[in-house]
Each structure stands twice: as C-alpha cells, then as structure tokens.
Design a protein around this ligand. Structure first.
Ligand code: BV8
Ligand code: ZN
Length: 231
C-alpha cells in the first residue's frame, strides 16, 4: 500500500512550535506570520523578518519531536517492510519528522535550518542567526530557505507524481487554509483515493474527507499508525 501524508503545523504544535491559526496561534504574539512570511515584508524590513525566523530557528533547535512524529517514522519503516511506501509531504519548515526518523520528507514550504542566496539561489545549512549582513560566497544576500506567501512551493512535480502512485491520502495537523497544499485532497479524490483527516478540530476542507479523527496529534496519530500497521 502506498500512503501519501500531508502534515501541517498541528503535528509540531505539541513540540512547542507555533501554529498559524486556531488554538496556540498566540505563540507569535510579537509577530504576525501572515504579515511577515512574504517577500514584500523581507524587502521592506529584512531585519524584522530575520528576527522572526531567528526566534523560530532557536525555538526549533531547542524543541524535540513528539509522539506523532515518531509514529509517522514507524509507519514509514513498517510500510517499506511490507513492500509499500510512505510519501511524507510537509508544509512545516521544521526538521522534526527527520529527527524522529522519517526518510524522504518533502518540504514544500522550505526548511528553517537552511538559507538560500537571493542572487545565485545556492542553498546551505543554517543553524545560526541570520542578519542583513549574511552573505553567500558569491556575495549575494542570504534569506531563510522558506517559501513565502506569493512564492511557488517546492517539489510540486514530485508531489503530483506521489499522488498518482498513492492508494490513500491522509492530512494531519493542517487547517486546510493555505493553497496549493489545501487543494491536494481534491486532487486525491479526483484520483479515486480514500481520504482521511487527523486534526485537533475540523479543517476548512473537512467535508472533502471520507473519514475524520479529532484530537491532539500525539494521541490520535500513534493509534492510527498502530491500526494501519496492524491491518
Ligand atoms: C502560491 C513557510 C502560486 C513560511 C508558509 C491572495 C494573494 C496571494 C496569494 C494567495 C491569495 N489567495 C490565495 C493565495 C495563495 C496563498 C494562500 O493559500 N493564501 C492563503 C492564506 C489564502 N498561497 C501561496 O501564496 C503559496 N504559493 O500559491 O504560489 C502557485 C500555486 C500553485 C503552484 C505553483 C504556484 C505559498 C504558500 C506558502 C506560504 N508559506 N510557510 C513560514 O512557515 O513562515 S505557509 C504556513 O501556513 C506554514 O507553512 C503552515 O504550515 C502553513 C499552512 O498552515 P497549516 O500547516 O495548516 O497550519 P495552521 O496553523 O493553519 O493550522 C494548524 C492546524 O493544526 C489547525 O487546524 C489546528 O486545529 C491544528 N492543531 C493545533 N494543535 C494541534 C493540531 N492538530 C493536532 N494536534 C495538535 N496538538
Ligand atoms: Zn550566491
């Protein structure tokens, strides 16, 4: 069985990383992600945008994966043992899936622990604070390697190829508010896939799913994975 999983900020909420909407969104009291996660904000006030991502990067480095991340890593290994495959597409820019042991994680919105050169496009690891003076070897300015609103998400071809090969689509911890990710369930339905939603509360596109489970990811994801591996 090939499973396509899309995760969002809700899967990292219990690791102490902020969510953008709904419960817990107040974490970013000082910053409004909807205002700062844009190229216009970076052009207008790069120091403020660097502060926003530096705070999140330091928060991430101090954070740990939670039971939901570890359960998805178990599913990854369990499916591979059975000749199946898990494609894990995440909207999250954290590395908690990888730290929990997931392989082949597709970061469609980029990665907080990487930086990108605004001139040559080179991507490098970044675990330190970035500032407006941070430069690439080519002399270009470095920015967080994340996809801002209005920018094109990454790996879209790989994502659609994985949807073509999948038997089951599962969205976990996402509000279904941001496109094109929020449209993947419709793409899955058009391919005849069964669609499940696991979230704290119904997402904006809950009606598109065949079955829905609600509760904290650290509780409902491990029990769902045990069911999948037991079946
Ligand atoms: C694009 C990286 C074209 C940065 C992010 C008007 C003008 C301009 C653009 C648009 C427009 N109208 C629509 C658009 C498109 C726009 C968009 O969708 N806007 C929305 C606001 C309407 N999208 C874009 O601009 C995208 N680019 O469209 O380019 C294109 C299109 C197709 C093909 C080619 C080109 C780019 C969007 C990417 C923006 N960057 N992140 C950063 O992180 O700072 S998006 C940001 O939102 C995060 O990645 C976040 O993950 C993502 C989505 O949100 P969720 O992950 O769902 O998180 P959220 O907080 O919303 O929800 C959390 C959920 O968890 C909630 O449901 C909550 O109940 C639940 N939860 C909470 N606690 C728990 C829990 N669940 C379980 N357990 C818990 N404990
Ligand atoms: Zn460069």
């Amino acid at each position: 069985m090939n499973i396509f999983i899309l995760t969002g900020a809700g899967v990292s909420a219990e690791s102490g990383l902020g969510v953008f909407r709904g419960e817990g969104a107040a974490l970013w009291k000082r910053y409004d992600p909807m205002q700062l996660a844009t190229p216009e904000a970076f052009a207008r006030d790069p120091a403020l945008v660097h502060d926003f991502y530096n705070a999140r990067r330091n928060n991430l480095i101090a954070a740990s994966p939670n039971a939901a991340h570890f359960a998805l890593a178990r599913l990854d290994a369990g499916l591979a043992q059975r000749g199946g495959a898990l494609t894990l597409v995440t909207q999250n820019i954290d590395d908690l899936h990888e730290r929990a042991g997931s392989t082949n994680v597709i970061h469609m919105h980029g990665e907080l622990l990487k930086a990108r050169c605004a001139s040559c496009g080179a991507v490098c690891d970044c675990r330190e604070d970035l500032s407006t003076g941070a430069r690439c070897d080519c002399g270009g300015a470095l920015r967080p390697h994340v996809v801002w609103f209005g920018e094109t998400p990454l790996f879209m071809e790989d994502i659609f190829a994985a949807l073509d090969a999948a038997d089951l689509f599962v969205a976990i911890g996402t509000s279904g508010a941001v496109y094109p990710a929020a449209g993947f369930v419709r793409e899955a339905r058009a391919r005849g896939l069964r669609c499940s939603e696991l979230n704290l509360e119904p997402s904006e596109n809950a009606a598109e799913f065949d079955d829905r489970r609600y509760g904290p990811a650290s509780e409902i994801v491990p029990s769902w994975v045990e069911e999948m591996l037991g079946s």
